[in-house]
Design a protein around this ligand. Structure first.
Ligand code: NAG
Length: 268
């Protein structure tokens, strides 16, 4: 290859540059866009960081729930106010007890397997009965709570395949406003008190599983198992939810879109 072969091409490139003004203008426009994009990205990143930090450091009434889990012995207690003070990692409950703010993981399958109570309803009210053999008719296994009534049972049944999705949406709302999230749950049809238990669960999960759920799958079922986010929710919030709501779908024998292992759903 002789140098003259490349000659004309190079020459053309050299000889035919864009008019200087035009190149200058084009470059500034490009630079402007670049600068603007950089600014936009930095502002968005800053907002995202501030948002993530504020969620991470928000209390979301965690001490209230942590104290209730330790000291409440009735579902009613879960919807009352329990004054509690918070430091970074500790809670001081109204009775003076100091607890770790963060809860421990709990195996809810083991809790449910060990239950000897049933929530039984007549036409007027529902009540907890202690028995080792299942009564002929019962609403659900385990003690009654704020979701233990025929109306909420009906909603659980009707929304069996969508409730997890709707509640995930409400959980996002609960980042900003507890009341907004409660409204979303009551709109589905759940009673006010039952909705409050659901949202307590959501905010509990927000505190314990935020990173897992914000950056991982929130699917209800993955290869026959719970996603990491739902498992985290189960382990950290399952006990709170059971103590407050009483009726879970599994305890009521309702198959949902959440995949459960054999024997986890009560036979009715
Ligand atoms: C939870 O408890 C159940 C029933 O007791 C048991 O089969 C299961 O292995 C436990 N799961 C974990 C993660 O420990």
């Amino acid at each position: 290859m002789s140098s003259s072969d490349l000659g004309p091409t190079i020459e053309a490139a050299v000889v035919l540059p864009l008019p200087p003004q035009f190149t200058k203008q084009k470059r500034t426009l490009k630079q402007k866009i670049c600068k603007f994009t950089l600014l936009l990205v930095s502002v968005l990143t800053l907002f995202a960081l501030v948002f993530l930090a504020s969620v991470s450091f928000s209390n979301y009434n965690q001490c209230d729930r942590t104290c209730k889990l330790k000291f409440c012995s009735s579902a009613d207690c879960f919807l009352s106010k329990m004054a509690s003070k918070r430091s970074v990692r500790k809670c001081t409950c109204s009775n003076g007890a100091v607890l770790n703010r963060k809860l421990e993981r709990v195996n809810t399958t083991a809790i449910d397997a060990a239950l000897v109570e049933y929530c039984v309803c007549n036409s007027v009210e529902c009540a907890t009965v202690q028995t080792n053999s299942a009564p002929n008719v019962f609403l659900h296994k385990g003690p009654c709570g704020h979701c233990s009534n025929p109306a909420d049972f009906q909603i659980y049944k009707e929304t069996a395949l969508t409730l997890t999705k709707s509640s995930t949406k409400a959980a996002v709302a609960s980042i900003f406003s507890k009341q907004k999230a409660i409204n979303q749950m009551t709109k589905i049809g759940l009673s006010d008190k039952c909705s409050e238990c659901w949202v307590g669960n959501m905010q509990n999960t927000l505190v314990h599983c935020f990173w897992t759920c914000a950056f991982g799958s929130r699917a209800s079922c993955e290869n026959g198992h719970l996603s990491k986010c739902l498992q985290c929710d189960e382990d950290y919030s399952g006990k709170y939810f059971r103590d407050c709501a009483g009726m879970t779908r599994r305890r009521a024998g309702i198959t949902s879109d959440i995949c459960r292992q054999n024997g986890e759903i009560v036979d009715k």
